[in-house]
Ligand binder design. Structure first.
Ligand SMILES: O=C(CO)COP(=O)(O)O
Ligand SMILES: [Zn+2]
Length: 210
């Protein structure tokens, strides 16, 4: 896809997420890898409902601002993931309701906040490690994500929200939607006797694609 088509796709997908309640106010940010090796990201403070293709920010792999409005304050953690995860070409960070609610619970398993009970969660995300609480924009988030990026496709920032990767922006958005629905189901099922997928059922799903 050309840079112009990728810019338009970011605007369209962001607006779709905004209209369906996945993003509110100025929260969350998106990024994707451009054909020239630089990165397109949402400007800091921007609403997913009102992005403008020409004003999106471009940064290089070192975080230098090359063009557009001032980039997201979380661009350092996006770049940390790109550096350590060669298959990742796009990233979605949200403060979506159910994943953020989950991120505020005590006693989450730090290696996997959602034990699998449906196949598509396993196929698209697999595991959801929890990053200890850090304030938004803290450079330490990048260090924490860099350490885990090679092994996972999504992450839950404690008391904050999810970070989801994809092979392109459409894939990352689809993964984000699947993960948000999984968190909604997990909270709906809280206190009920869940039949979790067995280890054999989880292994059977891995490597089968989506
Ligand atoms: O979600 C956010 C911070 O974690 C939003 O920050 P930006 O508006 O700078 O992208
Ligand atoms: Zn955030």
């Amino acid at each position: 896809m050309t840079e112009q088509a990728l810019r338009e796709e970011m605007v369209t997908l962001a607006r779709s997420m905004f209209e369906r309640g996945y993003a509110t106010g100025g929260a969350g940010n998106l990024s994707l890898k451009l054909p020239d090796g630089n990165f397109l990201t949402t400007p800091t403070g921007s609403s997913f409902g009102r992005l403008v293709a020409e004003r999106l920010s471009v940064v290089d792999i070192d975080g230098n601002h090359l063009s557009g409005d001032r980039p997201s304050k979380e661009i350092a953690f996006h770049l940390a993931i790109y550096r350590n995860s060669p298959d990742c070409n796009a990233i979605v960070h949200l403060h979506s309701t159910y994943l953020t609610a989950l991120s505020c619970l005590e006693g989450l398993d730090p290696d996997n906040a959602i034990k699998p009970f449906t196949p598509y969660y396993v196929m698209r995300v697999g595991q959801l490690p929890v990053i200890p609480y850090l304030r938004p924009g803290d450079p330490q988030i990048a260090t924490e994500l860099a350490n885990r990026a090679a092994d996972y496709r999504a992450f839950l920032l404690a008391n904050h929200g999810p970070v989801i990767t994809g092979t392109d922006l459409r894939d990352a958005v689809d993964n984000a939607e699947e993960l948000e629905e999984t968190a909604k189901l997990a909270l709906m099922l809280d206190g009920k006797a869940i039949r979790y997928l067995t280890d054999a059922e989880v292994s059977d799903l891995k490597g089968r694609g989506k």
